[in-house]
Design a protein around this ligand. Sequence first.
Ligand code: SAM
Length: 401
Amino acid sequence: MNQLQLFLPCAAGVEELLAEEVHEITGLQGEDLRSHRGGVLVRSSWRDAMRLNLHSRLAQRVLIELSNTPYRNEQDLYEAASNIAWEIWFTPKQSFKIEVTAQHSPLTSLNFAALKVKDAVADRFRFKTGVRPDVNTQWPDVRIYLHLTTERATVYIDTSGDALFKRGWREDKGDAPLKETLAAAMIAASGWDGTTPLYDPCCGSGTIAIEAAQIACNIAPGSLRRFGFEKLLPFQPHVWSAIQEQAHAAEHEPQTQIFGSDVAFRMVDFSTRNAERAGVAGVVEFRGGDALQRMPPAESGVMLLNPPYGERIEVAGVAGRREAAQTEDGSGDFFPQLATHWKRNYAGWTAWMLTPDLKLPGKMRLKESRRVPMWNGPIECRLFKFDMVAGSARRTTDAAK
Ligand SMILES: C[S@@+](CC[C@H](N)C(=O)[O-])C[C@H]1O[C@@H](n2cnc3c(N)ncnc32)[C@H](O)[C@@H]1O
């Protein structure tokens, strides 16, 4: 189990950040660590596969590549999957499921492709052991991934189980929660290192602040959950316990404070409960309040937020009440007012905002110092960086004269 080919899928735009994270977790580099479209390829051990599941904040899952072959039709897929020694990974008493993803595959039915791979796995077990494993599409013990491109078929066995964004602490969530992996990608892109105050003034269920608080305390993102690898045959409980203990021993007190606030008090309750479950209740301070009125919680620091936008979640508070000023996107004059508030009161802060609205800097009459492309599921977004320098309010006022 020393030379596994792993693939860690991630959101588009996050590949380089994930490669850096994998390097930090495993020390791997060069040929053993290559970023790829939609993920990172890693040549490493079973032990590192477990450690990546436990420590990665950016990967969606950790897959082990078992076969990569050219194909033309479903029969080729059957052959490829039949040649894999499934019996070293699981037993026919365990249930499994095939998941298919494809990019420009010539096949007409991906369901039929999945069926052929399912048959190949079950037939191989029957041939080797006399028993066919069951398929369970809802709660499988083992997940098998088939990825098809125009000419090649790759078969993976999954080691994560539930997707890695499910950390196990976010039981309360609002209407448009960010995936934990995307919140972590925003933090990574901002370069925040846990030593300066961090504040999310539109915190919703607290995802960004809680991810940040865990980073500040070096709490592993997977410390509260279970993983698919625990059901695979190479799994050795004592090795896994030692990895978990090592991670736990490396947790420490934070060097800074983290803050979140939201105009909806219900969200503040949700965030508080989520932070308790995540083990960071004493590290993040959540409060109610309108982002247009809240004063800075520290002299300087980093703001990270995905503000309310358009159809999924509306602006509330002072700006939301001004119906006369409602604009096409439903944000009213929230963004210009937010910019004015920040310019007046947040000198010394840096704000990073994730939004699908590419015209946001124009609406805020602010010039971004960086823009990072990121995808929120299927929605193309930008993470804009705004530097709030002392005196910028005066300059804007003067310019407006
Ligand atoms: C897109 S959601 C943020 C989701 C959050 N990142 C999460 O993962 O749950 C936007 C949040 O902004 C809040 N909001 C709307 N208007 C606000 C205002 N004027 N001041 C502060 N928060 C506001 C909403 O209540 C909502 O929770």
